[in-house]
Ligand binder design. Structure first.
Ligand code: DGL
Length: 281
């Protein structure tokens, strides 16, 4: 495919991408830690969920989103989506960026999450709750093995959890059934687990129910803080790229779905009202 796209030169906002609302849990923490930058958030709500889609489809959708964010001037894009990080990040970094613009960067969120687990687990048995796509990709066990070869990893796919969040039903009584079922499955498969990674950016919205069904003493790792800290350190190390991130303290929200619906739902995630632009990728 011809990758030539007309790209604006110079500095731009930091792009934050997710299949839908989940990436807002990452954006929230990034924005709190690094409020000086401008951000452009893109949710592909029209095509969410990604978690049950094939490798090729997730790669193509993510690639379109990254190219959109590059066209808006982003020099740096965070894939605030585990499924996209698992299935599309490497190909985008190795194949697409060199042909689009070798100076731009796309970062994922699995590595910064994994870096935290070594200090959290005493039993050296950890669990990962994530989408089917992330679990099947084996990205978590592979990344964990590279850093902590002594840790046993058990993954459990939770295909209903993202739809519960995207439809705004994460607080309803029916959600308890699906939350409990997957936590029970995970802990039955490995009763020695003492730390669980919530490896999907939508899951912090279910945190109250997840806590309710997780036995005391088991730690839950959400990703926002880890990703924000890792981004801060990355920008400190990459000063040329940092200089290309504009610093006006603004955020623009975009969605591939109707903007009004996104605004209503996103305001719940963010605790304040926002305006949203509808875009075509
Ligand atoms: N929020 C995304 C993640 O972290 C996935 C949601 C989806 O299935 O689209 O994996």
């Amino acid at each position: 495919m011809n990758d030539y796209i007309e790209l604006p030169k110079g500095a731009g906002p930091i792009g934050v991408f997710d299949s839908g609302y989940g990436g807002l849990t990452i954006y929230n923490e990034i924005q709190k830690l690094l409020p000086q930058y401008d951000y452009l958030y893109l949710g592909d709500n029209a095509r969410t969920p990604y978690g049950t889609r094939s490798f090729d489809v997730v790669y193509e959708f993510t690639r379109q989103a990254v190219k959109y964010l590059f066209r808006q001037g982003c020099q740096l894009v965070i894939l605030a989506c585990n499924t996209a990080s698992a299935k599309a990040l490497r190909t985008i970094q190795q194949i697409d960026i060199p042909s689009i613009d070798p100076g731009r960067r796309v970062l994922g969120i699995i590595r910064p999450t994994v870096e935290c687990v070594g200090d959290m687990t005493a039993s050296r048995h950890i669990g990962v709750l994530a989408t089917e796509g992330t679990i099947k990709s084996l990205s978590y066990p592979l990344e964990i093995r590279k850093l902590f070869p002594d840790i046993e990893v058990t993954g459990e796919a939770c295909p209903m959890w993202v739809p519960l969040v995207e439809t705004g039903e994460y607080g309803c009584d029916g959600a308890d059934y699906f939350v409990k079922r997957h936590i029970d499955n995970l802990l039955e498969r490995d009763p020695e687990i003492d730390t669980i990674i919530l490896g999907c950016t939508h899951y912090p919205l279910l945190i109250e129910k997840i806590r309710k069904y997780t036995p005391e003493g088991i730690k839950l790792l959400t990703q926002g803080t880890a990703v924000a800290t890792s981004l801060k350190e990355y920008l400190e190390r990459h000063t040329n790229l940092e200089a290309l991130c504009t610093k006006g303290g603004t955020t623009t929200f975009c969605t591939t779905e109707a903007g009004g619906k996104f605004g209503d739902q996103a305001s719940v995630f963010l605790n304040h009202p926002i305006t949203v632009k509808n875009v075509v990728l």
